[in-house]
Design a protein. Structure first.
Length: 377
């Protein structure tokens, strides 16, 4: 498709421009303050300085995706959006469909969203996520989608994001019990509606990119049999891993052969994961290695998983390897590959979804697959 080919070329061009601009800015800052130098960098996205400060950036062309969408209480497309401070040290963004609470005799499933960004960048309030998850909340017929404001590395390396995901589940537990500390300032009516509509025995984790890894890791922590009843009545009914960030130190064939995009380059895989993983841990560990991730949960109760893979994703091969390793470990995993010229988190590129028919079709298929998975569980 000529249009899609142009988008891929333009995306590669923007990656190059971002790298050049980042280095020019870094050089200028170093000249201005010679005692403050760049010690780590993911070009266009993140810069760590010798004094310990961290600067998060937006590469050229990505500004529409990183634009902040404020919460709103007046419905848009049948959904309201609420930013809530929980009583568990974590903030969440609640996508609440208008239908929530209208039928007290019909409880609906809940999605808990764990965002991507290599554990280092992005926020749930970015337009990148809002433009997908706000309509998804209405389309899936759920009680709501709870998107977690994850602590970011390198200031907060793993397991901080795992702790935050678990804290969000503890907040859901409190909502289910009607606790007095669950509502947050100015959001009591929205949370109460959500609580009345939610089936807390059907909670699904869903995550993009490194958030897909967190689906695995948070589910593993929730399934730890040494902590029975901690989350009751919350029960994980499933997990959806969307283009998860599984990788190894040795590059896979897909990393070497598939083209980079604005949202994923080989440098981002290396740099962001190095900054996001615990000190002394590399990609050949249980957080990102497909085989070691599966081995670590061999004796842990895991919910059924839906693994979504894009054919042109740089991480296509280790993602498939993760699915195979989990099946070998006796876990229930459904793997679905989006075929054709679609790359990492293509469904979050709302410009491509609007302008390219292949991307639009694959996004509709992805949403349909998620809906069928939730309906079956």
């Amino acid at each position: 498709m000529p249009e899609m080919g142009f988008q891929r070329s333009w995306g590669t061009f923007l990656v190059v421009v971002a790298a050049i601009m980042a280095r020019l800015v870094a050089t200028t800052m170093a000249q201005t303050n010679p005692n403050r130098t760049v010690v780590e960098e993911a070009a266009g996205w993140l810069r760590v300085y010798s004094d310990g400060t961290v600067e998060r950036l937006t590469p050229p062309g990505a500004e529409p995706f990183t634009a902040i969408v404020p919460p709103y209480a007046e419905p848009r497309g049948g959904v309201t959006v609420h930013d809530i401070t929980t009583g568990h040290g974590v903030d969440v963004r609640l996508y609440l469909p208008e239908a929530a609470g209208e039928s007290p005799h019909r409880r609906r499933p809940v999605l808990v969203h764990l965002h991507g960004g290599g554990f280092c960048v992005s926020r749930p309030s970015w337009a990148l996520y809002h433009n997908f998850y706000a309509p998804l909340a209405a389309e899936l017929g759920v009680a709501g989608i709870v998107s977690v404001y994850l602590p970011l590395a390198p200031e907060h390396r793993l397991p901080a994001a795992i702790d935050a995901g678990h804290a969000a589940l503890l907040w859901l537990r409190d909502v289910a019990h009607g606790g007095s500390n669950v509502y947050g300032d100015g959001h009591s009516a929205a949370v109460e509606r959500f609580g009345h509509a939610a089936d807390f025995s059907r909670v699904f984790l869903i995550g993009d990119s490194s958030g897909g890894n967190l689906v695995h890791l948070v589910a593993a922590r929730a399934g730890d049999e040494e902590k029975p009843g901690v989350l009751h009545p919350v029960k994980l009914a499933g997990g959806v891993l969307l283009h998860p960030g599984f990788a190894r130190e040795q590059k896979s064939r897909s990393e070497l052969e598939n083209p980079p995009s604005m949202f994923l380059t080989p440098e981002m895989i290396d740099k962001l994961l190095a900054l996001g993983l615990p000190m002394g841990v590399n990609k050949d560990g249980p957080y990102t290695s497909p085989e070691l991730a599966a081995m670590a949960v061999a004796h842990v109760r895991m919910p059924p998983l839906l693994l979504m893979v894009a054919e042109k994703d740089l991480l296509h091969d280790p993602q498939l390897d993760y699915g195979k390793a989990m099946e070998h470990a006796g876990k229930k995993v459904e793997t679905v590959v989006s075929r054709g010229d679609v790359a990492h988190i293509f469904y979050l590129n709302f410009f491509a979804v609007q302008s390219d028919q292949l991307t639009a079709n694959r996004t509709k298929e992805l949403v349909h697959t998620i809906k069928c998975f939730i309906d079956r569980h």
